[in-house]
Design a protein around this ligand. Structure first.
Ligand code: PLP
Ligand code: ZN
Length: 411
């Protein structure tokens, strides 16, 4: 299967490099990505291999950056794609499908990128993995390192949600809380990657890590019966997930595994950290850095590495990039929970609120089939819903129930 793998290629100047732990072009400082040549693949044969594959992301190994087919005990992927009729009806949209990526081993989409980065780290001979994280990545790195039996170091902003800290520490990693914002943590990790020779999944292994997000596109197409939606709504932190969904669809279109054209790509950010939505609104091609202040901490990246590519994808597909307030995020969490039974973290509140906003603005119609990416689990950000719910407190008697909650039906 290595015949499709060509090397690493600079996204800016297109210079090629060997498949090593490199992430930027020494020539022009552009980001590197994995380059393939899929032209020799037969679409029908690939489809058969996928269908006969594992029940997770390794079924798409033909499109991932490995010399040999990986295997892991904590395989993510094939998460549910749920048709959300009640939500669609409420918003006046033709079809809404929820891709529920909270159903991964550590309850966020980060299991995909970490599984790919870890498998590549092992293939490249690393014995320690690490990351700079806004929370979910920390959970995933710690868990996948534990499953593989390799050492890990996890760096997070020290003010992270307690649920995310505990759900990291439990796996026996070395958890380091840095006094600073995510962007400070990321800068420190860039320096540590140079100094320590560890595999930082989202720094020196970033080109491989990013490939994991393509599997969201493959699953969406496969679960829709080898078809594409008309529109998608997905969250943006660094912009990697968003742009790689586009890459995944494009690869399958080029190969002839699916037909049609790219859906309209709508990006979702929190207003308290919306450098990409700001650039979109102002008509700019690059993002001005911002200082994050939002409850959507998993999306709080003020200097999004893939921002320019996300802007380009939204514009060329007729999509957009939106931002929503913290109150809208809380309302988005409730809207999704109350209409689908799916409890998402703040990032999914951002996505759902953006869906509602687009529907209200008339951007989504009764003919549209829309896929919404829910990337994390509500139990990890309980503070976001702590206020504004009601519990009826009663004595354990029929009278107390009738008095406080619901009067008995008249006989
Ligand atoms: C990391 C993350 C994203 C997207 O991150 P990108 O950096 O844009 O790839 C989305 N949702 C959740 C919950 C995340 O943890
Ligand atoms: Zn370059």
């Amino acid at each position: 299967m290595s015949s499709t793998l060509q090397g690493l290629r600079c996204k800016e100047c297109k210079r090629e490099y060997p498949l090593e732990a490199l992430y930027f072009c020494p020539d022009c400082f552009g980001p590197l990505e994995v380059a393939y040549d899929f032209s020799g693949l037969d679409a029908e044969e690939v489809r058969r291999r996928i269908q006969a594959g594992t029940t997770g992301i390794w079924r798409y190994a033909d499109f991932l950056p490995f010399e040999t087919r990986p295997a892991s005990s904590l395989e993510p992927g094939l998460t549910p794609l749920v048709k959300a009729d009640r939500l669609a009806e409420k918003l006046g949209v033709g079809e809404v499908w929820i891709k529920n990526d909270a159903a991964n081993p550590t309850h966020s989409f980060k299991d995909r990128v970490v599984a790919v980065a870890l498998a590549k780290a092992i293939e490249l001979g690393f014995d320690t993995i690490a990351c700079a994280s806004t929370g979910n990545l920390a959970n995933a790195v710690a868990a996948h390192a534990a499953a593989a039996g390799i050492d890990s170091y996890v760096f997070v902003p020290s003010d992270l949600e307690e649920q995310k800290l505990l759900a990291t520490a439990v796996y026996g990693t070395t958890l380091v809380g840095v006094d600073g914002a995510y962007d400070d943590v990321n800068r420190l990790c860039t320096q540590l990657a140079e100094e320590r020779g560890w595999a930082f999944v989202n720094v020196n292994l970033r080109p491989y890590y990013a490939e994991g997000s393509k599997t969201l596109a493959y699953e969406t197409a496969e679960q829709l019966g080898w078809r594409l939606p008309d529109k998608i709504v997905a969250p943006i932190a660094s912009g990697s997930l968003f742009t790689k969904i586009g890459r995944g669809f494009t690869e399958w279109l080029d190969l002839g595994l699916i037909e049609g054209e790219l859906p309209a790509f709508h990006g979702a950010q929190a207003a308290g950290c919306s450098p990409v939505a700001n650039a979109y609104a102002e008509g700019h091609d690059v993002c001005r850095p911002v200082r994050a202040d939002t409850i959507a901490k998993s999306l709080a990246i003020g200097t999004p590495a893939d921002g320019p590519y996300a802007l380009d994808l939204a514009r060329t597909t007729g999509g957009s990039i939106e931002s929503v307030s913290d109150d809208e995020i809380r309302a988005g969490i409730r809207l999704l929970a109350e209409t689908t039974g799916i409890f998402t973290e703040t990032a999914g509140g951002v996505t759902t609120a953006t869906l509602a906003k687009l529907a209200e603005a008339g951007e989504l119609g009764t003919d549209d089939r829309v896929v919404v990416y829910i990337t994390g689990e509500g139990l990890k950000t309980l503070d976001a819903v702590r206020e504004g719910f009601e519990m009826h407190r009663i004595e354990p008697t029929l009278e107390s129930f009738a008095e406080t909650v619901a009067e008995p039906a008249l006989a």
